[in-house]
Design a protein around this ligand. Sequence first.
Ligand code: EPZ
Length: 548
Amino acid sequence: MKASDRVGVRVGRVVFGPGMAGRYPCERGALGGCGTSSRPAVVVSRARGQWARARVATGDDRRTRSGGESGRNPPDLIVNHGSERRGRQLATEGLSGRGSGDAMVVRGGNRLNGLVEVSGSKNAVLALLAATLLADSGKVNLKNVPTGLTDVGNMVRVLESLGATASQPSPGTLELDCSRLSTSEPDPVFVGALRASFLVAAPLLGRLGEATVSLPGGCKIGTRPVDLHLFGLRRLGATVEVGGGSVRLGMAGGALRGADVHFDYPSVGATETVLMAAAVAAGTTTITNAAREPEVEDLGRFLSSLVPGCSISGLGTGTIVVEGSGGQGTRSGGIAHYVIPDRIEAGTFLACGAIAGSDGLVVSGVRLAHVQAIADVLQEMGCEIHSRRSAQEGSGDFGDSSLCDLVVASPGPGALRSVPSIETSPYPGFPTDMQPLLCSVLATSRGKCVVTETVFESRMSACRELRRLGASIEIASGGSSATIRGKGLVGAEVKTTDLRQGVALVVAGLAASGETVVRDLSHVDRGYVGLEAKLAGIGADVTRVAME
Ligand code: EPZ
């Protein structure tokens, strides 16, 4: 094999080539399947011969997880492809697990009971991870982190590609050291694997005075532009250049300055972006029509403790006021932050109890206010839901409120009554992330419901796939509303296309007769840790199987 053939292409941190494998200590971490720090995450090699032999025989010669030449210190991913551009694309696809993965076989009919614990919030921790880039000394400890999620693994890779290091001192804890960043441009392969990676733009700008981040593409649920993020940053004095698939940010006048930022739409991501920039800007920033989501509140609390001289008020209201630190002082790590519980995961288990039937399923470790809109709808449909002090109480620090356990009882499929209409809206309205799951519950309930999705323009894919299970659903032209008439469901093979659509199919399978095979769980793995074990733990008949 000619040396030129084995020239590796730099993806991630190191050029990889013959004889280098042994030099990287292997920490096959539990972190979203990715190890931490020193070994290469991805290798693109033009050589087919030798690498091919190294592959674990999966029959798929585009990508695989396998041992390197020596079988030790395996990179996360080997991509065999002649062209570097296509190699990078495949690497990004491989990292976000698209098109690969296991299936969940669900045998419906079991009532669900027992206790299921809710993990830390995916959407909160992704923003918190981005914000750790503001810590220019010391280490930050994030606790209650759902470390097994592929999204969390990919966000850590984004931080590592900037020069940060990450480790797991204990289960559910991530320790991040961002004191020695080496670049203001995260690796596009990792950025491409995760939309939320765009959240690193503002802290990089605030920390280094510049940032270049590739534009996150759209996804199955919508085009998802970042114009509001850029609008907010411009208001704080950032220079913004968009071109070549990336955004280049700089600082007009060498510093960010506080300003009034009014959003036409209370975007979660754009509010988080402006919060992180405003925390280190000079002066006062007032965000009006800001997002009120709990994940935004959690980020605001974290920034107030991370950035000396920064104070934030109005979190959880539509108007947030940030007194920025003006970039003064060292933002020393040395802090620990406890991530709020995942309200959508909690809502998922409430929906499971509702659709399958339960006599007192306990969904443990929840903030009641965060799931109130979901509980209200399920109660209107005939579920009984009450809260009690949590078995997990005291294991966290959520400001002045404590965790609770929600106890749900439901008569089960065919016995719930539908509600006339549901419309998704920003918090505290009915969450768009729960819409696909509620469609599954409505599809088995007596009566008719018109479901309208107002947050994302193409998020009715669950309804399309539910029809394979025999659901009676008409999707209106324009694709943002559906009329669902409840009836019995029959198991079938269905395919996931995005995270919440995928888990909605698993939920539907709990009430369908026979077997439902939900293919391509890689989407679901982005947002749920050990879903099959948690479901089996409350009595569901589910099995995860590897699919070719
Ligand atoms: C966050 O996405 C969540 N993701 C989403 O969860 C969630 O659905 C969404 O908020 C709404 O609650 C994370 O936190 C990582 P937005 P985000 O900015 O920040 C438009 C899940 O399943 N918009 O509030 O992207 C946008 O296109 C995911 O866990 C602009 O037009 O949501 C959308 O239609 C899916 N311009 C609407 O606003 C912008 O600059 C809401 O988006 C930004 C957004």
